[in-house]
Design a protein around this ligand. Sequence first.
Ligand SMILES: Cc1cc2nc3c(=O)[nH]c(=O)nc-3n(C[C@H](O)[C@H](O)[C@H](O)COP(=O)(O)OP(=O)(O)OC[C@H]3O[C@@H](n4cnc5c(N)ncnc54)[C@H](O)[C@@H]3O)c2cc1C
Length: 413
Amino acid sequence: MNLSLELLPKKCDVLVIGAGPSGSAAAYTLAKAGLDVVLIDQHAFPRDKICGDGLIPDAHKALARLGVLDEVMRQAHPSRFLSCISPRGGRIDVAGTMAVLPRKQLDDIVCKAAVAAGARMFAPVRFIAPIEEDGKVVGARLTQSGTECELRATWVVLATGAVPQALMAAGMAERHAPSAIAMRCYIRNDAMTAKIDKLEVIWHKTLAPGYGWIFPCGDGVFNVGVGILHQPSDPADKRNPSRDKSGAANLHQMFEALGKLSEPARELMAGGTRVGPLKGAPLRCSLKGARLSRPGLLVTGEAAGSTYAFSGEGIGKALETGILAAEAILQGAGGDEARVRAHYTSRIDALRPRFMLYERANLVNRYPWLADLLIWRARKSARLQQRLSGVLNETSNPGHLFTVKGMVRLFTE
Ligand SMILES: Cc1cc2nc3c(=O)[nH]c(=O)nc-3n(C[C@H](O)[C@H](O)[C@H](O)COP(=O)(O)OP(=O)(O)OC[C@H]3O[C@@H](n4cnc5c(N)ncnc54)[C@H](O)[C@@H]3O)c2cc1C
């Protein structure tokens, strides 16, 4: 781990840029199949990542495929339910396989698995720009402590997350602005361990167009945060008392508001101690905002917008799209460049309907009274609860759930 640039080879089969869930999953899959893989990250590992640290069922499945689920669950705080809490205090517990593990630990586990599979990890090393020949990416220019070097690779996988600089340098950004922004901090409050034992997501007009969360990490520590859609010109923002005069989101005010919305939140935040600062970061969602590929290069994970709108969950799909990028490269190992890109695009396209469902569910963030309606109805309908659980567990994809037709059906079935 964290090798220095002096040991960098001149060439490799695949250069993976970014050792978050997506990059490490790609590196693991490629190295395990016997390819010569170099993985780089601008930060030495283990490194912190601003996140809610929630692992929903898709993350569990992907971690199992990478052979690290047992190790993750040895360190994580498990939960069988995601509690959804509406503005009027209504609540339903949606059943699913969930857990919470701070990203410093999670990402380290996945990165170590990639290294154990044979990938060579160089860090802190930053990607500057691709090396191009006849319009094809054939490697990258990298830097460490002011020293620059070049690495040639048959494929470059860009897994650099939501910050757009690397995407822009690679000529892959279609949009610089994020889809959403979110902020979190860790709060210790031992007295709340028994009172908040599920992952909680909270909607309220003071958080619109967004949401808040309280995720128990275990040992009396909670990951508490707020997120908001990044739409500064949205007139709905200006009606909200938690916005400043320009209408821009004020996540700090939203965070304070979260501590007044329910009795457990009040108790947790008023009686707890902050462990570290409140920190924010962007999100890129809905498989939008970037090109997926160009000759010699694939974009994966949140750089490709692989985070779900509505809930901001992205670890599972970052891992999954990293695996898909690797599988596409392995499938075209004979040298058919166009086939690799077509294969990757078709696998990503197959995920789009699910991302569209989460995009439509954004209505609830925008109009939180819909959460009152949905939760009130779900409490009376075992079938609706099952459907919500099916969405969370990815066993069903009821595309109509957040359409006008779907809303009408809420009252008719
Ligand atoms: C506040 C917040 C809360 C969230 N909560 C959750 C949650 O509870 N559950 C969930 O599933 N998802 C959550 N997400 C989303 C989740 O964090 C992302 O979906 C996930 O991190 C994406 O993984 P990735 O591997 O694509 O990118 P990242 O995890 O961002 O990894 C990208 C890596 O690339 C490196 N990098 C970037 N640029 C360069 C460069 N030029 N050179 C070298 N390296 C570079 C970075 O250092 C980083 O290590 C949250 C996000 C935020 C902001």
